[in-house]
Design a protein around this ligand. Structure first.
Ligand SMILES: NC(=O)c1ccc[n+]([C@@H]2O[C@H](COP(=O)([O-])OP(=O)(O)OC[C@H]3O[C@@H](n4cnc5c(N)ncnc54)[C@H](OP(=O)(O)O)[C@@H]3O)[C@@H](O)[C@H]2O)c1
Length: 353
């Protein structure tokens, strides 16, 4: 029996689509998913609505036709470049237009969930106190995570709905239509190096090879969002969401090289945005040689994202104690999951064996 109606904003994105797959098949959820462009494939149990959150009027009109929304899951993200601060103003405007649209119509809003991330702790800026705890003081930087959380806290205090926020770190997921993807970008890098006769060198600085980091499996994050958005005791709280284990690229690197049957190299800092962008023809020839699906290089790899991930020479460790105390005990094996996703890209002939 349907007891909740979800509106997933950004339902075609990395996190939004994972959440749609989590909620869609559950009988207690009716699920709407919105974005500007339709999803590549329908998702079970999800009704897709085309809507542009930059357009306040569009949000009013589209949402006036669909009543009864109880839960909003904000997984949107304003258009942005890599290795630069994302605009707080643009991101806040999207959220505000969406909430305005929901509140302008006859809905039964109970909860708004906001997806944040390691950026809350300034993971993209430099070393930060770790393990990072949810109540740590903020980094002195402009940050859309802060602007959006402050907005929800203030609006919630004058409304009957509550809010929650999830903070994943670097995501791992199988998403062939999303190039901003650690696993497919890394696998593409490895395949190109192998074809050039090179070993698998680590392209970041020495510190990044040895530092401790945490990953977040996207299906674990989706389960965590489902949990915190439906538990009374999680109202008005933020929770770190990582796999809870720790990795060092140093330990994983030989196993990634093994997956491509290539020699493991050394630390060799380089900007992939410079060394890899001109590899379209080589990638096409790899696709032909290994009879791959022939997806364009720009669909499988985002070099700026990989540079930004591998340049961090500092530890990225988030405490998971708060989620445990509140009742979430899920975890994942980051190494096993990452290698499993890599093999799936190979199996599906997106990356070569
Ligand atoms: N990806 C990561 O590795 C990662 C890690 C930790 C935290 N996070 C956080 O998670 C949140 C979501 O990130 P993500 O990477 O999942 O985002 P994403 O893959 O870039 O997806 C963004 C979604 O928002 C939609 N969207 C963008 N502009 C829109 C608009 N004007 N109107 C309607 N829909 C719009 C997009 O669809 P259309 O373009 O079709 O509209 C897409 O569905 C962000 O706050 C991010 O910082 C991400």
């Amino acid at each position: 029996m349907i007891t909740h109606t979800a509106l997933i904003a950004g339902a075609t994105g990395a996190i939004g689509s994972a959440l749609a797959r989590q909620l869609g098949p559950q009988s207690q959820w009716k699920v709407y998913g919105i974005s500007r462009h339709p999803p590549p494939d329908p998702i079970e149990g999800v009704q897709y609505l085309k809507m542009d959150m930059t357009d306040r009027r569009d949000c009013e009109v589209v949402l006036s036709d669909h009543s009864g929304i109880t839960h909003v899951f904000y997984c949107g993200r304003a258009t942005h470049g890599e290795q630069m601060l994302e605009s707080a103003e643009d991101n806040l405007r999207l959220l505000d237009n969406l909430i305005h649209g929901v509140e302008s119509s006859e809905h039964n809003l109970q909860h708004i969930h906001l997806v944040q991330g390691g950026k809350y702790y300034g993971v993209h800026i430099g070393p930060f106190p770790s393990p990072a705890k949810e109540e740590d003081s903020r980094a002195p930087i402009p940050n859309f995570n802060y602007a959006q959380q402050d907005y929800l806290q203030e609006r919630s205090s004058q409304s009957s709905w509550s809010w929650s926020a999830s903070r994943p770190n670097t995501l791992i997921h199988y998403s062939p239509s999303i190039p901003r993807n650690l696993v497919s970008s890394l696998g593409t890098y490895a395949a190109i190096c192998r074809e050039l006769g090179a070993a698998l060198d680590f392209p970041g600085p020495v510190g990044a090879f040895h530092s401790l980091t945490q990953l977040t499996s996207i299906d674990l994050l989706a389960r965590g969002i489902d949990w915190m958005s439906t538990q009374q005791n999680c109202a008005n709280q933020a929770f770190n969401m990582t796999n809870t284990d720790l990795i060092r690229w140093q330990s994983l690197w030989p196993k990634i090289a093994d997956a491509f049957e290539m020699p493991c190299g050394d630390v060799r800092p380089m900007q992939l945005t410079t060394t890899m962008t001109d590899r379209k023809e080589l990638w096409s020839s790899i696709c032909a040689k290994y009879q791959l699906q022939n997806l364009p290089l720009s669909s499988v790899a985002n070099w700026g994202y990989l540079d930004a991930t591998f340049e961090r020479y500092w530890d990225e460790v988030f405490s998971h104690i708060k989620a445990r105390k509140f009742g979430f005990h899920d975890w994942d094996d980051s190494e096993e999951k990452l290698l499993g996703i890599l093999r799936r890209y190979q199996h599906d002939r997106i990356l070569p064996y």
